[in-house]
Design a protein around this ligand. Structure first.
Ligand code: PMP
Length: 435
């Protein structure tokens, strides 16, 4: 596609995209991307970048992976689209393969969607239909997507617009670094009890939890939290719904699904992003009896189970297995984590380092005692890394974290490059702050 005109892309985007889109531009100066391969991207000037954002956590097996592209191309050439009203083998196979990734001992069924937020939205309806209860619990600093329903369970205020449906109560995220009750589990569980008693009808439809919060700044649930939360919610008639849109598909290294670390089986699992490696597809995987009551009415997504996206997703699952990418995430993620801890030893502005596998974050603070979030240093380091060809992502409720969620094929050489760039960027940022 060398004949494409990239010269006016930034101006065209800014003129014709809606304001809500143009405001959400990460870098001070735009980058116009042209090509992606593996964990790397190239801009129109030919500059190479290491994509630590995985183009927003979508790129699980590597940009433009040849097997994924070939599977989608072959499918698109034969039959691009066929809705779930009809029968087609590709999405049916995919449903079987997704069900097989779930914990044994339950019957799992799959509803394919176009995106993560649609899957979230559907899971909300499913939980409310099955339980007959309206009230949902969600975590502060949660992000679940842009549809009105998904916004209603999104705790980060930056992402909440007028006109969302209600019946949602938020509980404090059990953030072990800066959560309102400090480190520990029990006070956060007690707060779930208090919230159910005082902010709901006493009966709930469920609790939504990202197994590792993404936009919240890579927040894992502490030991005992998820089992305690699920127990309390189930006692109030509700379900445990795991949002695996960011944490799923081997990203955490130790498990295929993030929830597996917590020893409690969800009733509904929501997924997207890494499933399609960039092709638009999401899914709700639910225990069969929980999905059943929804069948009293129709529910149908025109592009859900689109064979082209489903073919891509099947190839993604095969590549993950054949290339051992979950194991790579574990090993390479551990190496990167170690380097991040080294940076924390060196730079006082790093208040916390956390995460596992290839789902990691640095948190920046003005000083370690007050833990006052330092958005400015975060931005300086972020921009300085970009200048060195490293694409990171700002996250956290105060934009005080740098999130690392690269394609799972990241290498140990990349870790070196990323850590060295961060080191250099931090040195500059700290010296600038002193000057
Ligand atoms: N849940 C989580 C945890 C997410 O990170 C996202 C997307 N960033 C969504 C849901 C929504 O997915 P989508 O953008 O595909 O609608």
């Amino acid at each position: 596609h060398t004949d494409w005109d990239f010269s006016n892309t930034a101006a065209r985007r800014d003129q014709y995209y809606a304001a809500s889109l143009t405001r959400f531009t990460p870098f001070r100066e735009p980058i116009v991307f042209k090509k992606g391969q593996g964990q790397y991207l190239w801009d129109t000037e030919g500059r190479k970048y290491t994509d630590l954002l995985g183009m927003n956590v979508c790129i699980s097996v590597g940009h433009s992976h040849p097997r994924v592209v070939a599977a989608a191309t072959a499918q698109a050439q034969e039959l691009t689209h066929c809705t779930t009203m009809f029968y087609h083998p590709t999405p049916a196979h995919l449903a079987e393969e997704l069900a097989a990734t779930m914990p044994k001992g339950h019957d799992w069924v799959v509803h394919l969607t176009n995106s993560g937020s649609e899957a979230v939205d559907l899971a909300m309806t499913m939980a409310r239909t099955y339980t007959g209860n309206l009230d949902l619990l969600a975590l502060r600093t949660a992000y679940h997507g842009p549809t009105a329903a998904a916004q209603s369970i999104t705790g980060i205020s930056d992402w909440r617009h007028p006109g969302m449906p209600g019946n949602v109560a938020f509980v404090p995220e059990p953030n072990q670094y800066r959560g309102i009750f400090g480190p520990g589990t029990q006070p956060y569980l007690d707060e779930i009890d208090r919230t159910i008693a005082t902010a709901t009808s006493g009966k709930v439809a469920g609790i939504f939890v990202e197994s590792v919060q993404g936009y919240g700044g890579i927040i894992e649930m502490p030991p005992g939290y998820m089992s305690g939360a699920a127990e309390r919610v189930r006692a109030a008639g509700g379900l445990y719904i795991a949002d695996e849109v960011q944490s799923g598909f081997g990203r955490t290294g130790e498990n295929f699904w993030g929830f597996e670390a917590y020893g409690v089986v969800p009733d509904i699992v929501v997924m997207a992003k890494g499933l399609g490696n960039g092709f638009p597809i999401g899914a709700v995987v639910a225990k069969k009896h929980i999905a059943e009551p929804m069948a009293e009415r129709f529910m149908f997504h025109t592009y859900g189970a689109n064979p082209t996206s489903a073919a891509a997703a099947r190839a993604v699952l095969a590549v993950m297995r054949d290339e051992g990418l979950q194991e790579n995430a574990r090993v390479v993620g551990a190496a990167l984590l170690e380097r991040l801890h080294g940076l924390k030893d060196k730079y006082q502005v790093i208040g916390d380092v956390r995460g596992k596998g290839l789902m990691l974050a640095l948190e920046f603070v003005k000083d370690r005692d007050s833990k006052t979030p330092d958005k400015d240093v975060t931005t300086e380091v972020f921009e300085a890394c970009r200048a060195q060809g490293i694409i990171l992502s700002k996250s956290g409720p105060f934009q005080q974290c740098l999130r690392m969620v690269p394609p799972l094929c990241l290498s140990l050489d990349d870790v070196d490059q990323v850590a060295n760039s961060l080191d250099q960027a931090l040195e500059t940022a700290v010296n600038d702050a002193k000057a």
